[in-house]
Write a protein that binds this ligand. Structure first.
Ligand code: C2E
Ligand code: MG
Ligand code: MG
Length: 570
């Protein structure tokens, strides 16, 4: 284009303004809709006294020959007698783009200047069509998975678009997991399983329609966003719906899901799509493991929890180096004699003079392998202390250490425990490992191996918090435990009502522990009456506030010195 031509494309007659709008509508997909593009096209076409504009796209010459292309006519306002301009572009891929502009007979012909302008517009249009088609191919590759589901990147992009347009007020985000889908695959076969998943997804997609979206995150996990008014309908659908997998036999399975749901509040600060995903992903996880409810609702408290979790993870490394974690010792007491027979080491994080309790950081550390490091750190600390007591000739007692169930995935767990204990040359009978019950089969096998391995060398093991998890009698029968620690929730508060269910339950559990030759200890003993309940039920050992809270090292050493509690506490 020459300098003179350029000068002619000035803003005075409104053409350039219109042209800029036209270009904007073609390049900025996020802010301009297709309607805006058609509107700009129509206004331009009218300014050139055109009556019809047709665009054609063919993937290849063969497709063109066969007439298999996409022909669009977004401007058609009268008789199309004369071809005013016809332009064709062959893309590198071999695709063909064509634009034809028509006018009615008798229309005043275009001036040279107008012809040039129309030429520019049509070239821009062809470039757009070519790119746009390419975009479709890219779109399918980047935003869909191999099975044709829109993927997580699609969800992120959708959230990004929403944030730029209407925002999130009045919307609910959800992440859901199809329950027992591996079971469904097993029952009806993998292929039929795929059919079921697709049908389930498509029903929800159609329910949401243009008002939101639903995408597959991975496997049988999906993420959705939709207006609040659909929430009830959607949760009802996710609670359980029969899905047909074989049209001929009408074979169907019931599909249900658990979900994390976030009704986005007015004061929610959105910066990036991850902010919404951070709300629904952990709640979906919580729903999966809840056992009580299939739907967990996220709240702003989750956000505070998230910040707290980030802080814990960030500070953990430094805290280990600075020895901010300490072992507090809670005595275990023989209820007949009042003697201290052992203690449980409980972790305390002392930060800037304030004490942080395990419940505030252990569940967070358990989300990563950081918990392995904490457990070993505690074991190391305890061994160091026992070594000191032995060297000083004190009455050392057996100390129990809690090992997180998450730690079972560590293949070196047993070796590492033994290495640490050996490093301080601690006789094995001074060490007890507390483990909680487990629910999954994989964990069960690992737990069994660990307990057997520890038993073989003479390190004690106890089953912690017995009675609150999914207690399995096999777990007690098949594993060679030394100690059963009955959870405090099973300890009756009073002995007056003998027919009380908790009294009966407690009686049978203690009897079972004794019959199986396990040392029996009850946790959370707070009153004298409860100590008597232990005695009445032949539970030999107690641990609880009645005797002592978990004590810092120097306080506990004083107790060790005394060796037993004064008579009034027995
Ligand atoms: P746990 O192993 O069941 O420990 C017993 C908990 O009961 C302790 O809470 C203890 O302070 C509390 N407790 C003791 N006596 C009483 C009582 O009379 N009444 C009541 N209401 N509570 C009593 P704590 O120290 O807050 O520890 C909580 C949990 O954190 C522990 O439960 C254990 O599962 C975990 N934990 C503590 N230290 C460690 C550690 O070093 N590693 C791992 N993996 N977990 C730890
Ligand atoms: Mg414990
Ligand atoms: Mg316990």
């Amino acid at each position: 284009m020459t300098g003179t031509d350029n000068d002619k494309l000035n803003y005075k007659d409104g053409f350039s303004e219109l042209f800029v709008k036209f270009i904007d509508a073609m390049v900025d997909y996020e802010h301009f809709s297709r309607d805006a593009l058609v509107d700009a096209l129509n206004r331009l076409a009218r300014s050139f006294r055109l009556t019809k504009v047709v665009t054609e796209f063919y993937k290849s010459m063969i497709a063109e020959k066969d007439g298999e292309g996409e022909i669009l006519c977004d401007f058609d306002e009268g008789p199309a007698d004369i071809v005013v301009l016809k332009k064709e572009l062959i893309l590198k891929t071999g695709a063909i783009v064509r634009v034809i502009a028509y006018a009615a007979e008798g229309t005043e012909p275009l001036s040279r200047e107008e012809e040039q302008r129309l030429d520019i517009c049509i070239r821009a249009m062809m470039g757009y069509i070519g790119r746009n088609r390419l975009q479709t191919a890219v779109e399918i590759l980047a935003f869909h998975d191999n099975n044709g589901y829109p993927n997580f990147a699609y969800y992120f992009r959708h959230l990004g678009k929403m944030s730029k347009t209407g925002g999130f007020l009045g919307f609910t985000a959800a992440m859901y997991n199809l329950k027992n889908f591996s079971g469904i695959n097993r029952d009806i076969g993998f292929e039929s399983g795929n059919v079921v998943m697709k049908a389930h997804y498509e029903t929800l997609r159609d329910m949401i329609g243009e008002r939101g979206t639903v995408c597959r995150v991975v496997g049988d996990n999906f993420a959705a966003i939709f207006p609040n008014e659909l929430l009830e309908q959607i949760t009802t659908f996710l609670e359980g719906t029969p899905v047909i997998y074989d049209q001929e036999t009408k074979g169907s399975v019931s599909v249900s899901a658990c979900a994390g749901i976030f009704v986005i509040p007015e004061d929610f600060v959105y910066e990036r799509p991850g902010d919404i995903v951070d709300m629904i992903m952990p709640t979906c996880q919580a729903a999966k493991v809840s056992g009580e409810t299939d739907f967990v609702y996220a709240s702003m408290k989750n956000l505070e929890d998230k910040e707290n979790a980030a802080r814990v993870r960030r500070d953990f490394e430094k805290a280990l180096k600075n020895s901010e974690f300490q072992a507090y010792y809670q005595p275990k007491v023989n209820v007949e004699t009042g003697r201290i027979t052992g203690a449980e080491a409980l972790c305390r994080w002392i930060r800037d003079g304030k004490m942080i309790t395990p419940m505030e950081f252990i569940p967070i550390l358990e989300r990563s392998t950081d918990i392995f490091r904490l457990d070993f750190y505690m074991l190391d600390l305890v061994c160091k202390n026992i070594r000191k007591w032995l060297d000083e000739g004190r009455n050392a007692v057996r100390i129990s250490i809690n090992i997180s169930r998450k730690h079972l995935t560590d293949p070196k767990l047993l070796d590492n425990i033994v290495d640490i204990v050996n490093r301080y040359d601690i006789p094995y009978e001074y060490i007890e490992i507390e483990l909680t019950e487990t629910t999954t089969e994989g964990d069960y096998n690992k737990l069994k191996k660990l307990v057997e391995g520890l038993k073989k060398i003479g390190i004690y093991t106890s089953i912690d918090d017995f009675g609150i998890g999914y207690s399995s009698l096999n777990l007690i029968r098949e594993l060679p435990w030394n100690v059963m620690k009955i959870d405090r929730s099973l300890l009756p508060t009073s002995s007056t009502n003998e027919k009380n269910l908790s009294t009966i339950l407690y009686k049978h559990i203690t009897a079972m522990a004794c019959d199986m030759g396990l040392e029996c200890l009850t946790e959370g003993v707070e009153t004298e009456e409860q100590v008597q309940i232990l005695r009445d039920n032949s539970c030999e050992y107690a641990q609880g506030y009645y005797y002592d809270w978990p004590l810092p090292l120097d306080e506990f050493e004083k107790r060790l010195e005394a060796g037993e509690y004064p008579v009034h506490l027995r």
